[in-house]
Structure formats: C-alpha cells, structure tokens
Design a protein around this ligand. Structure first.
Ligand SMILES: Cc1ncc(COP(=O)(O)O)c(C=O)c1O
Length: 442
C-alpha cells in the first residue's frame, strides 16, 4: 500500500478558524497534534476528516469506543432515553439504579457505586473520601500514571529525564502546598513504596494507581506488585485506589481487578464504560462509599449537575449488556495479539530495535530494547522515531496518536482486513524510516 498524498486543505482552513475562537484550536491539551485534522464523521473503526480522508482508528479518543464508533445499538438506546426522564436533577431515575447494579454485579470491589461524568471527577472524589475516612493528608501516586486534570494528581506524568524523582507539576497554577501532599513512587518497586509509607507513617491516606499504566503505553505490573500494594496499604491503614478509567470494561467487565485477583478499596471507571458517551463511576467498599453526603449523615460532599443523566446511563447499560452477551473481549484481544505478533515479526525481519508491548486490546511499539518495568525505562524510547513513524502512518490512512508513548486500541469494529492493512502500512513505513537512516540499508 503506497503512501497516499492526502490533502488536508479543508482541515487546515477550519483549524485556522478554530484557532481564532479556541486557544490552539482544540478543547483538550492533548488534542493539539500535527497534522491538525478536523473530523466530520466517525463510524466503526473509521475516522473521516473534512477533506474526505479515511483512517483506521487506533487512537479511539483515548479509549472510549470499545465497541466501535457510533455503535447502532448504543445510539438507539440513547435516542430512546431522550423520550424519558432526561435530567430531573432531583431524586433518581431508574436507569441510575440499573447502572449501579450492573457495576456492582461485575466489579469485585464495588460494594456501592456513585456516578459522575469524567474520570477526573471520579479520582478527585476517591481521593477526597480517602482523606475523610483516614483523617490523613498525603497521597502516593506513581511516576507516569495519569489520573485526570485536577491538582491532587497532576504531577510527574510524562516527565523530562531531569524531573524524574523531583517535583514535576503538570500545569501552571497549581498550589505547591497541594502538590507537596502527593508523593511519587516508582511503579513495580515495592521497596520504594514501603520506604515512602514508613517515611510518612500515619500520614498517607491513599495509594492511587493505574493497575496497568496505560498513559505511558503499557507497563505490566510484575507478579506480586499489586498483591504487595494490597498488603502494604492494609498494614499502613491507607486506602488502595485502582484507577480503572482505561482498564475497566476494556480488559474485562470487572476491570483488571477481576483478572489479577487483587481487590482495591475504591475503583474509578470511565471511558469504555459508555462507548463514547460521557459517564464515569466511583465504586468501593460500602462503609467508605457511605461517607458521601449523597446519604443523610454523610460528610463528604459529592455533586454534579449532570451526574446520572439518562444519556450516559442508557449508553452505559447498552454497552455493558453488549459486553455481557457478545465476544467483544475475545475479538479485540485476538486482533490486538495478531497486531503484536505481526509487528514483532516485521521488526525481526527488518532488524529493527523495538519492543512491542500491550495487553488485551491495547498495543504499541516502543523504539527501544526491553525490559520495561517503569517510566525510567521508557526514557530510552526514541521519541523522534516514535512520532515520525506515526505521522507517516497517518499519511497511509492509519491513525495512531502521533505523541510519545501513547497506546493504540483495537475495537470490536476492527476486522482482520484492518489488521492486514495496518501491518502492511507499518512495514512500509518502517522500511522508509530505517532505510533512509541507514543510507539505504534497513
Ligand atoms: C487512568 C485515567 N484516569 C483518569 C483519567 C481522567 O479521565 P477524564 O479525561 O474522563 O477526566 C484518565 C484520562 O485519560 C485516565 O487515563
């Protein structure tokens, strides 16, 4: 498959207009990437831009459309919900009860559930209630993990090398006093966590983590790491929060906790829960969840004008029911494994130094040698090559986010033909990049 000469003329025109009214032309810091594309349609595994170019989509809006974009059944259920109680804003609608029941049924840690609209809200509330329950201030997160845009957690994500192990705020405008309460440990290093808990004995309210840090691609927990965190948090009286905003529903209906067998105290969910509609949830032990002031006598405030709205609930119910009855995980895991294996074979054939990582429906190529156990290891990834590779794939109609360390997602709408086309394009681009670098030699 030859590189297409794609025209982005209309995208450029609209992007210039967008920049006049939206700072940077986008509504989320991570969406400002080159090429600046403006999209007019999404369907199944495909994105269509305003110039009519089609792309096989592996970016998947950072994770939600697990069933594929614009899934007809999910959309139909949302349309039906529009005729009912959309947002009374007082009391409860039946759909909220049904969604909470489904989450409780599937997610091992879910004694009780509360619904909100974004993953950031869910992690914010999880941390606040952990502080309320323990009466402690400090939080432990891991270098490389992302838990949303709020001040409690926005530090040490994709840090430059000189900031690893030091304070690396993710934004201007955060109170230093807030960031100081968030301690940063190394993923897969239980000794580091234990040292930190001992150094701050009696001060740590919670440990929050992505059980698989997917915000830096895919770093798998070493055997015993999650179990060790469970033991350490219990011994130190801290709350264990699994942030399953990416892993939840995508890897298993019960989240990664249902796969690894470690049950946290609190779980945050979002993204794939509603296949592209806004919905997120916080779930956990009933005695912790009962601290929320949604209950008379609770003392931890929890609110949101759009919480539990019918659109998000209907989309969530439809998504979960499809995940219950159709082989979504078997299909997406098989195709992603085909991609991982196919990429490894290509790298070997071309003699390219690369590591293919992934789990379930997630995959990516790092341009480095393994092993990869934590963020520091990933500093060896060749960022320039990583981004160049993805930009060239976009020219061939394959959309992987052209940003360092970002993961790719397979959806239920991807097919074997998409995989074949993707592998062919990857091989062609790798040949192009590496033969240019090696002066004609791959
Ligand atoms: C693991 C994780 N937690 C929380 C969030 C925040 O979710 P949202 O963007 O819906 O606020 C994200 C978003 O990427 C995430 O990846």
């Amino acid at each position: 498959m030859a590189a297409k000469i794609l025209s982005h003329a209309r995208s450029q025109e609209l992007y210039d207009q967008a920049c006049q009214v939206l700072p940077g032309g986008v509504n989320s810091s991570l969406r400002n990437v080159v090429p600046h594309l403006v999209f007019k349609q999404t369907h199944g595994a495909i994105l269509v831009d305003v110039d009519g170019n089609e792309y096989i989509d592996y970016q998947a809006a950072f994770g939600p459309p697990l069933l594929g974009h614009n899934h007809p059944e999910v959309n139909r259920r949302v349309a039906e919900a529009l005729n009912g109680a959309l947002l009374p804003g007082v009391g409860t609608i039946e759909l909220e009860i049904e969604v909470a029941r489904k989450i409780k049924q599937h997610v091992p840690s879910a004694g009780k559930v509360l619904l909100c609209n974004t993953g950031s809200e869910a992690t914010y509330h999880a941390i606040r209630v952990s502080r309320a329950v323990t009466g402690r201030k400090k939080l432990i997160k891991f270098q490389g993990c992302y838990h949303g845009m709020h001040d409690y957690v926005l530090r040490n994500i994709i840090s430059p090398p000189d900031k690893v192990g030091k304070l690396d705020p993710g934004s201007a405008g955060i109170l230093p006093e807030v960031l100081e309460q968030t301690l940063v440990c190394t993923f897969n290093d239980l000794d580091d966590v234990e040292r930190t808990l001992n150094a701050h004995r009696g001060d740590v309210a919670a440990i929050i983590l992505e059980p698989i840090p997917h915000n830096i691609g895919c770093v798998l927990p070493k055997p015993g790491f999650l179990e060790g965190l469970r033991q350490l948090t219990t011994a130190h009286g801290a709350i264990l929060i699994f942030d399953e905003v990416i892993t939840g529903f995508r890897h298993h209906l019960g989240g990664y906790q249902a796969i690894c067998g470690v049950t946290p105290d609190l779980t945050t969910m979002g993204k794939a829960i509603a296949n592209g509609f806004p919905m997120a949830a916080l779930a956990g032990k009933a005695e912790i969840m009962d601290r929320f002031k949604t209950r008379t006598g609770g003392d931890t405030f929890f609110a949101g004008t759009f919480n539990g709205n019918a659109i998000g609930c209907a989309a969530t119910l439809a998504t979960i029911e499809i995940l219950e009855r159709e082989p979504v995980h078997a299909h997406t895991f098989r195709l992603a494994e085909r991609l991982r294996q196919g990429l490894r074979e290509i790298h070997q054939r071309l003699g390219i130094c690369a590591t293919v990582a992934g789990f379930g429906s997630v995959f990516l190529t790092y341009f480095m040698e393994g092993p990869i156990e934590n963020y520091t290891d990933l500093l060896r990834n060749d960022e320039a090559r990583f981004v160049e590779y993805r930009r060239k794939l976009i020219d061939r109609g394959i959309f992987k986010m052209p940003v360092n360390l970002k993961r790719n997602h397979v959806s239920y709408a991807h097919t074997d033909a998409h995989v074949d086309q993707t592998l062919e394009a990857c091989e062609a681009v790798l040949k192009e990049i590496f033969s240019a670098r090696a002066g004609g030699r791959v």
